[in-house]
Structure formats: structure tokens, C-alpha cells
Design a binder for this molecule. Structure first.
Ligand code: MRU
Length: 349
């Protein structure tokens, strides 16, 4: 069951983009990303099952946001039941809601450890802390990443790795935002990001609110832009980074990385250390989510492919570490990431 919708935009929000995930009166309040950019509205989840439905339905998406949702899912389950068995079972369902972003299971595990030590209150305190840490970490990451970009940088990004993919500020968009806030005049090429359009719908909406100049392109236009010398850097987010530095991110990212290498443009990945998965040795082990055929065969509910068209719709692809110029994290910048260079970060996860 998809959880019920609640109130509209808060008039007191100081950031032009309200928090993606927040705890409000015993519920988890999410920006309903399905409605953007047309409407800013919220969905309120009272149970872990409602949160699972919201995650599956892309009400909320983006690896860091999913990590915090994972923790809040445990908090909801712990408030609802005094049975440890029931709480663990609900936590497992939250962790399994989507397979690729490692942050989801990371957030669940962190909150379960807090639940074991401090019960329902411990789980909730943990979730709230992870939410606050997300925003602070993204600001840090953004400031570090901005130093890698030249003044007036024309930055290409793919998918949405902004405030909406986190609790606030953003990872890849956090880098661009920090550059903008430092008065260094970035502009952004926004891949629309087929098939679900997180770039055209969400990244463009955020850049609009932040008054950062941008232009939306179809994914297939990126090659021509590189060829014309119109891209100074690529900055993207990540859903899971393997221990050897391979990066899973939204489908199409690998193609952008190949283009960047062919045109000698730096390709940066921005992500918190919670996105690095020590249990996944290389990109070959990352489970890639397959999504519904109608994301491709329908456009705005109208059929655009034959009814019997067969479809392959992976949500993510893997960019090999050798194509990554640097990984920008909340704990520092890792140039040309390798297993040995990532190892010290794993202790900070
Ligand atoms: O399928 P989604 O929308 O959950 O995909 C996640 C993403 O938004 C991206 O892959 C993103 O670039 C990394 S998460 C900051």
C-alpha cells in the first residue's frame, strides 16, 4: 500500500530545497519525488511497510537518502512492536526494498545496532543522527570537490545526486553548489537521464531553485558536447562503490565516463564513505536492479512502443575505477581510486 499524502511546502524552510527525509510527529516525512517538478508535496509514512512501498515506488530515491530511510524504517518498526523478532523481520524487508544502493542496508544495520543497545529510542536517535550527518558530510564533500573545478566550470552531470538524493545539499550537485556559493560561476549540462528522467525532472528543479545556470540535454547529445569542447568536468554520484573503486551509478554513467576519457575531461565521482562497500570486491559483483518495461514503453502514460516489445531496463551500470579521475568523499578526496587507496576510508563508514 502506498502511504498517504500529507501537507504541502513549509513556508519557513531556509534552504531553498527542504529536507528530503524528516521525522515529523512519529512519522517519516518524504518529499514525493514522483510529483516533481510540477508539485512539491509530501508523503508521510507511519509504518515500516509504508516506507518500503515508498522506496519501491521511487517516492524517495538516491543512495544517501535511502541510507537514512533504512534507519528510520528500523525506528518505525521498533516503535510498533516489542518483539525483537518482528523488528528484525521488518528491518530485513526495508533493506531488501531496492538492491543496488548499498547505503540502504548500511542505514538499516546502523539502526539495528543502536536498537540492540538502546531499544526503540536508540534506533530513532541513530536515524536522526544519520540524517544530520548526511547534510554536514555533503557540505564538507561539496567544498572539497569544488576545489577541483576551474572558475566558470561547465560541468556535466547525470541523474540526480542533489539534495533530493540525500537528506540535503547533495553529493555531485553539492560539489557544484559549493562552487556556485563560492562565487565561481559554474554552469551545468544536465543529462535528462532516461528512462525515468531524474536529470530533467529533479536535477533541473534543484538547479532552478538554487539559481545555478543549467541546460537540459538528451543523454545522446553528450557526445557532441564533448566533441565541441563544451564540457570542463563531469561530476556524478554513486549508488555503490566496490572495494576496488568500481562505481555503480544510474544507467548511462559508464558511457559518460568513456566519453570523458576519450576527450581528456576529468570524471569525478562524489559520494559519502557509506557508499563504499567493503563486501563487494569489484563492480562485477554489484547487483543491478532491473526495472519495469513500461518505464520505456510508455511516455507519460502513453504507449510509445509496440505492446509486445521486449525490454531490457537496468537501472544502473558500472564504471570501472580506471575511468575515475577522483572520488570526492566526506572524508577526503581520493585521486584515481584503487583498493589500496580506499581501504583507509572503510574504517570511517
Ligand atoms: O534509481 P535512483 O533514482 O534511486 O538512482 C539513484 C540515483 O539517483 C543515482 O544513481 C545517483 O546518481 C546516485 S545517488 C546520489
Amino acid at each position: 500500500m502506498v502511504p498517504r499524502r500529507s501537507s504541502i511546502e513549509s513556508p519557513v524552510a531556509r534552504d531553498p530545497i527542504p529536507p528530503t527525509v524528516a521525522w515529523r510527529a512519529g512519522r517519516v516525512r518524504l518529499i514525493d519525488q514522483r510529483a516533481l517538478p510540477i508539485r512539491l508535496r509530501y508523503v508521510s509514512c507511519a509504518t515500516a511497510a509504508e516506507l518500503v512501498a515508498a522506496i519501491r515506488d521511487l517516492v524517495v530515491r538516491g543512495a544517501p537518502a535511502l541510507g537514512v530511510c533504512g534507519a528510520f524504517g528500523v525506528a518505525l518498526a521498533a516503535r510498533a512492536s516489542s518483539s525483537e523478532h518482528t523488528v528484525f523481520a521488518a528491518a530485513a524487508r526495508v533493506a531488501d526494498a531496492r538492491p543496488t544502493a548499498v547505503n540502504l542496508a548500511w542505514g538499516v544495520d546502523r539502526a539495528l545496532a543502536a536498537y540492540r543497545a538502546g531499544g526503540a529510542g536508540g534506533a530513532l536517535a541513530c536515524a536522526r543522527e544519520l540524517a544530520a550527518v548526511d547534510v554536514a558530510g555533503n557540505r564538507r564533500l561539496g567544498a572539497l570537490g569544488a576545489t577541483l573545478l576551474p572558475d566558470g566550470a561547465r560541468v556535466l552531470t547525470h541523474c540526480n545526486a542533489g539534495s533530493l538524493a540525500c537528506v540535503g545539499y547533495g553529493t555531485a550537485l553539492g560539489v557544484i553548489r559549493a562552487h556556485h556559493e563560492a562565487g565561481r560561476g559554474p554552469s551545468v549540462w544536465v543529462d535528462e537521464t532516461r528512462p525515468v528522467g531524474q536529470g530533467a525532472r529533479l536535477t533541473a528543479w534543484e538547479l532552478d531553485r538554487l539559481a545555478i545556470p543549467y541546460r537540459v540535454i538528451v543523454d545522446a547529445a553528450a557526445a557532441s558536447l564533448f566533441a565541441a569542447g563544451e564540457v570542463d568536468a563531469v561530476v556524478v554520484g554513486a549508488d555503490r562503490i566496490a572495494a576496488n573503486g568500481d562505481v555503480a551509478n544510474k544507467i548511462g554513467t559508464y558511457g559518460v565516463a568513456v566519453l570523458a576519457r576519450a576527450h581528456r575531461v576529468p570524471f569525478y565521482v562524489a559520494a559519502p564513505v557509506s557508499t563504499i562497500d567493503p563486501a563487494t570486491a569489484s563492480g562485477a559483483e554489484i547487483v543491478i536492479e532491473q526495472r519495469r518495461a513500461d518505464e520505456i514503453t510508455l511516455a507519460h502514460g502513453v504507449r510509445t512502443a509496440p505492446r509486445r516489445a521486449e525490454v531490457w531496463n537496468p537501472a544502473f551500470d558500472v564504471t570501472p575505477a580506471r575511468l575515475v579521475s577522483a572520488l570526492v568523499t566526506d572524508a577526503g578526496v581520493v585521486p584515481k581510486p584503487t583498493g589500496a587507496r580506499l581501504r583507509p576510508l572503510l574504517a570511517l563508514r
